[in-house]
Ligand binder design. Structure first.
Ligand SMILES: Cc1cc2nc3c(=O)[nH]c(=O)nc-3n(C[C@H](O)[C@H](O)[C@H](O)COP(=O)(O)OP(=O)(O)OC[C@H]3O[C@@H](n4cnc5c(N)ncnc54)[C@H](O)[C@@H]3O)c2cc1C
Length: 294
């Protein structure tokens, strides 16, 4: 089913993002992650795509497994960086043949060692070009990424929203937001979207705290602020106590989610990092308190 149909029910959606397992060991634990999270009955799941096609086969196999074996609604991501149009068509056709109805159109980030001068002039420079191409040639329900705190390369928040509006105008149906730890950033972003005439659903991205190192690294790479309340909470935990940290991360994100739902968020999109414990803890906590009815 297309996400645009699911949104019509008016109920906040629950969704989980996965990436293809990087090696055999990761694949073993990942199967259990999928089992744990499928039990929560998400409205949809999503699968990332390595820029430059680096995970093309892995992404395809995971999309296939989730769609065909698990019978889940899947949003397949496509990052256009360095791909030629025939390569993009091949990926889209393969997803179409699987019965996939939803695509997230992304630019992707050049790998650190990439020589961008070698990228074909034929490949798309911005996600808006990919979105337009997909809209003109396919009938997928189309999503794009949005950045509550601004994309890290954007000259200003104002410009970033202007570019987002242009991207949405290419025939886009929904936005999945980058994660944030301060809900004010999301509420401000949603308001800026509305003011600029973006009226499609914007799903907030939730990134539970998995480890301090990962939190610092991920927040640093996308420019997400770490609020004082989160830092202070972590600093008060017994040093090296991983369980206490994960539990605190669950509590913090559950509070975030509660407020987001109270303020009318159209759904919650979890960056699972292919782990289940935190997401299961948050979703069960929300359901116990009457949020997110199935
Ligand atoms: C929900 C989500 C999922 C993601 N999944 C993946 C994934 O699977 N694989 C992956 O490789 N990456 C993924 N990313 C990361 C994403 O690829 C990077 O953030 C990338 O840097 C930007 O991608 P974009 O699609 O937002 O690009 P764009 O929308 O093209 O924006 C990129 C930058 O260009 C600017 N810009 C846009 N249009 C113009 C214009 N016309 N003129 C000048 N500047 C412009 C924007 O302000 C922004 O700074 C994901 C991000 C999110 C939020």
């Amino acid at each position: 089913m297309k996400l645009s149909e699911i949104f019509k029910t008016g109920k906040p959606t629950l969704s989980f993002e996965f990436f293809p397992a990087r090696n055999e060991k990761a694949a073993e634990t990942f199967n259990q992650t999928i089992e744990d999270l499928v039990e929560l009955k998400p409205d949809f799941v999503s699968v990332t795509f390595g820029a430059g096609g680096s995970t093309k086969e892995g992404s395809y196999e995971l999309v296939k497994k989730l769609k065909k074996e698990k019978e889940l609604e899947v949003v397949a991501y496509l990052a256009a960086f360095a791909l030629k149009k025939d390569e993009i068509n091949a990926v889209l056709n393969s997803y179409q043949d699987l019965g996939i109805e939803n695509i997230l159109a992304l630019r992707g980030d050049p790998p650190k060692d990439a020589d961008v001068t070698q990228v074909s002039a034929e490949s798309f420079k911005y996600a808006s070009e990919l979105a337009a191409f997909i809209h003109q040639n396919y009938s997928f329900c189309l999503g794009v990424a949005g950045y509550p705190e601004g994309h890290i390369e954007a000259p200003s928040l104002k410009k970033d929203i202007e570019y987002l509006k242009h991207k949405v105008d290419q025939g886009v149906d929904f936005i999945i937001a980058q994660f944030f730890y301060d809900n004010v950033c999301f509420f401000d972003f949603r308001e800026r979207c509305q003011k600029s005439g973006i009226n499609i659903p914007v799903l907030p991205g939730i990134m539970p705290v998995y480890s301090v190192k990962m939190m610092e690294m991920l927040a640093g790479s996308c420019g997400a602020k770490i609020p004082e309340k989160l830092r202070k909470g972590i600093s008060e935990l017994p040093e090296g106590d991983t369980k206490a940290l994960v539990d605190f991360g669950i509590e913090y994100a559950t509070g975030q989610c509660e407020e987001l739902l109270k303020e009318g968020a159209r759904g919650l999109h979890f960056y699972t990092m292919d782990k289940s414990e935190s997401t299961v803890g948050i979703v069960k906590g929300l359901r116990n308190r009457g949020f997110l009815t199935i």
